[in-house]
Design a protein around this ligand. Structure first.
Ligand SMILES: [Zn+2]
Ligand SMILES: [Zn+2]
Ligand SMILES: [Zn+2]
Length: 269
């Protein structure tokens, strides 16, 4: 059990290209506001007395781990297998060494099967050892499960035509890479107090919420606070946050927010 004061640390809040984007000279890409510097999307969740969880392994994972001096990774929750969410997986090796153990990785069936294909060298018995291979165990999840006594609830989301999963942990929901929330997922979000949600830009996009669509989703969920993530270079931090409704802000790399790990889907109803 835990005392409930869990923390989510935003390791990366940018879209797949990151911000600044290579070769772009726009005002946001040249901004000196550190909140406009966005690495690829990932978060680190710590539950006092409980596990240290990583959500996705972004291509920037190594630098994110160094910047925040991450002490350990007890498990990884994968939202899906797009490159911006998985390509840092190989750097889990360092945590294998530090912790002297294997690291369980969770995801839906499609994500797990695509991880096996993308990182086939890890699972191919004929791969020469070289610098060492990540020692991970892949777990397919289809419903709520627990890690170190903490309940994790996968929340189905639509990313264009692809079904993927966000995660609810206690009173917090991390919902990235979504362009729609299926009707059956809304009950899983009942009682959520802290929402992290995809808001790419203002212009419509086939696989991501716009700012206005994300505001609508947050309004329907009804949390006290919400933070937008997976942000592209169209959105300057200060100006965009100032334009958002009360209680909603753009997240930024290095921001940390607290939530209760105690609240469950059942107790919220
Ligand atoms: Zn730019
Ligand atoms: Zn994606
Ligand atoms: Zn993405």
């Amino acid at each position: 059990m835990t005392d409930g004061a869990a923390r989510l640390l935003f390791l990366g809040t940018g879209t797949s290209h990151g911000v600044p984007m290579i070769g772009c000279e726009c005002a946001v890409c040249r901004s000196e506001d550190p909140r406009d510097f966005r690495t690829r999307p990932s978060a680190y969740v710590t539950v006092p007395g409980g596990p240290h969880l990583l959500i996705d392994t972004a291509p920037d994972f190594r630098m994110q781990a160094l910047r925040h001096r991450l002490p350990r990774v007890d498990a990884v929750l994968y939202t899906h297998s797009h490159a911006d969410h998985v390509l840092g997986l190989d750097d889990l090796r360092r945590f294998n060494h530090l912790q002297r153990g294997r690291i369980p990785c969770y995801g839906d069936a499609q994500t797990i099967s695509e991880l096996r294909r993308t990182f086939s060298y890890i699972f191919d018995r004929d791969t020469p050892g070289g610098g060492g291979l990540p020692e991970i165990d892949l777990h397919t999840v289809a419903g709520p499960f627990t890690i170190g006594g903490v309940e994790i609830v996968p929340v189905p989301l639509m990313h264009g035509r692809r079904l993927l999963h966000g995660y609810r942990i206690g009173s917090m929901a991390y919902l990235t890479d979504c362009s729609a929330i299926p009707e059956t997922s809304w009950p899983l979000l009942a009682g959520v107090d802290v929402v992290v949600i995809d808001a790419l830009r203002h212009r419509p996009h086939p696989t991501h919420f716009t700012v206005a669509e994300a505001v609508d989703a947050v309004t329907r969920i009804g949390p006290s606070r919400a933070w937008f993530t997976h942000i592209c270079h169209d959105l300057p931090h200060a100006e965009t946050t100032a334009s958002l409704p009360e209680g909603i802000e753009l997240a930024y790399d290095g921001l940390s927010v607290h939530f209760s790990a105690e609240c469950s889907v059942d107790s919220a109803e």
